[in-house]
Every structure is written in C-alpha cells, then in structure tokens.
Design a protein around this ligand. Sequence first.
Ligand SMILES: N[C@H](C=O)CCC(=O)O
Length: 436
Amino acid sequence: MLQPQERKNSEQLFERAGKHIPGGVNSPVRAFKSVGGNPIFFSRAEGAYVFDEDDNRYIDFINSWGPMILGHGFPEVVEAVQMQAARAMSFGAPTELEIQLAETICEMTGIDMVRLVNSGTEACMSAIRLARGYTGRDKIIKFEGCYHGHGDSFLIKAGSGASTLGVPNSPGVTKGTATDTLTAPFNDLAAVEKLISENPDQIAAIITEPVAGNMGCVPPAEGYMEGLRALCDKHGIVFIMDEVMTGFRLAPGGAQERLGVEADLVCYGKVIGGGMPVGAFGGKREIFQHIAPTGPVYQAGTLSGNPLAVISGLTTLRYLQNHPEVYAHIDHMTERIEDGMREILENSKLPFTINRLGSMISIHFCENEVMDYTTASEGNNNYFKQFFHGMLNEGIYLPPSAYETWFVGNTIGESELEHTLYAAERVIEEMSAQVK
Ligand SMILES: N[C@H](C=O)CCC(=O)O
C-alpha cells in the first residue's frame, strides 16, 4: 500500500506547476478538487498501467478519460505515429490520410459525411452551429449533468469538472447564450416535450450524451433515446448525439449501433484519436452539405486533420474495426468488475448504486437509482473521497470525481481484475468498519 509521502516528486511538481499554470493543471477535473489532496504527476505508461514521477505504478481506469481503449503504448499505434512524425507533422493542407480516416469513420458508424476537428469540444460546438444554420433556429436543448466540452452553450447545468468544482453555470457565459440553452433532466421525455411546446419552432437541436458519462455513468432508460428521436422528427429538430465518450467504445458504431437509434449529427472525440487530439462531427449528407465551403455555415481549424493525429486515430480505429473481440473483452471485464464490486458492497454497511453500460461504469454511494443529475448528486462525497484515496493507495487510478465514469481498456486482464477487486475489498471493509 502506498503512502502519500511516497509521492514526493509529484508534490514538488505540483507546487512548481501552480506558479505558472492555474491550479497546477491544464484541465480542472485533474485537480483532485472534490476529493482533496494534490494531483499526481505521471511520467510514463504501459498497457494497463501508468507510472507516476515517483515510479509508483497504478492500474489505469481513466485511460486519458477514454481514448486509450487499446491500452497505453499500443505497438501498432506507436510505430505508425513514429513513422509519420519522421515523414511530416503538419501541412495545413489536404492529405490522403484524412480521406482514409473519414472513410473508416463512415464505414464504422454509418454516417454519410464527417469533418475532423481537434477535440470533442470543437466537435460539439460546430455541430450546434450547423444545426442552427440548417434550421434557422437559435435555441438548443441540453440535459442537466451532461457535458459537451467547454463551449459557452454547454456550460449551463454542465456535468464533469464544472459540477465537480460547483460551477455548472460558468461565469463568462453571456445571458443571451444562457437564454438560448434550455435544459431538462436526463431520462425525462415529458420535460423535453414541455420545453418544445413552450418554444414552438425555436429549437434547432437536442444534444445529448447517449450514455451520460459526466455525472458518473448514467445509461438511458428504456425507450428514452427512441423518444428523443421521435420528438426531433415530429418538430423538425436536429438530433445530435455527443458520442465523444461512447463513440468506438460501446461498439464499432458507438451508441448509435449499441442502442439502435440514429442521430442526425454525431460528435466524436477521445477513442477517435487513439491518444492524440482528434475530434470529429458528422452525420446526414442533407444537413452536412451546409458546412463551408460547400455551404454557408463556417467552421475551420489550422491543425484539423493534421497527419500525426490522424495516423494515431486511423490505426486505432482500423484495429478496432478488425478486432471485434476487443468489445467483447472490455465489456466482459467491466461486467466482472461490476459483479465483484456489487458483492463487496453488498457485504458492507455502505449505501451504493452501480451503473454500467459496456465498458463504462461508476459507483455511486447512494441507495437510490441514479438516472439523472439530481439523483447523481445524492451520492455521499465523503464515501467517494475515502474510496478514491483508498484505491489510489492500493495502486488503482480512478477518476478523481464522482461526476466521471471509469473507462475500462483492453489491457485489463485477470491479474488487474484480481488486484482491483482485492484492493476494493480492503478499502470498502475499512470504510464499512467506520460506519456506526
Ligand atoms: N469529463 C471530461 C471529459 O470527458 C474529463 C476530462 C477533462 O475535462 O479534462
């Protein structure tokens, strides 16, 4: 078991980082704000493991917040990136590689057209603009606790780091933007219907994570996604699925394939770049033709489609396309984590709910079903903190926030599973012993 003093190098780096980087981190959710303590600084990674600056080893259930589905240092991806770096890193001009990636994305997901960007945030921002340009309407509906990156329109009742830090409605977002963003509870079709009837012919898009992963993991209730699809069809609203987390993870065709519901526009990030900064948005040709230069809706990016990022994504996606057994493996291992955790928690005095879909899973320290932001917020954060730090000290790296999901990668094998459940048993037993 590790002790905090064994992270001396991380501690020193954190102090140094804070002098020039706000909070010492380049994305707030890394800052351990809601769990206490200081973030760990990492130096290398291999397969299922990450190593910190003090050379402590952890089993990684964050996987760079999803992208490292094949594990760290996947040889084919590393080799492809190295070869491409030697050939050319960026042109700011078209390449054949971009076409190959676009073809692969369209083949895997069934969408007609796609544009590459550099992050999930960019993908979602651009999809919203396209939906507005296409429909000539201004308002959008998003769901409480869903997070679509840090674009202004999305920082209204946002999940992820925004909820972790207690700023779901960030200052700096104009009143106009906030007014154009309507929100409803996740999994509540009646609330969506009400918003639509109160704002007739004004709603350009409904954007949702098909499986929410930014308030812990919250799967859609039966019929919910189909219901959203039907409402969009009825009212001429563009249905946008934010598949940044679920894309290429829940199935080769993401949540669209897994849930059997088709969106008009889809946003991708994370797995699509295999660890490099890649995002994409795409969808139906009829809508997508409105993007510049074929249409009037402007969207651009100097580094979009840069060959280094593209080769990393392309190699990852092609591997997934040719190895469907990856999906069977990560789902099976996550199911076994769920079963093991359930057994451990059932033998404890702690309240708990476990949510899982495929290789996305989260543990909520509350008794009630977690199906939206309100119920996700009922989790006991003191228990979460203890669990997080206990697991960290046992060498298990989990998301440092109750508003995030774990991402299980393909390199989790028997020994990692055994280690994780053994650690969880020790940590939960200790926590349970303190419950009166
Ligand atoms: N939930 C976020 C993205 O998926 C976590 C990553 C970040 O904001 O840095």
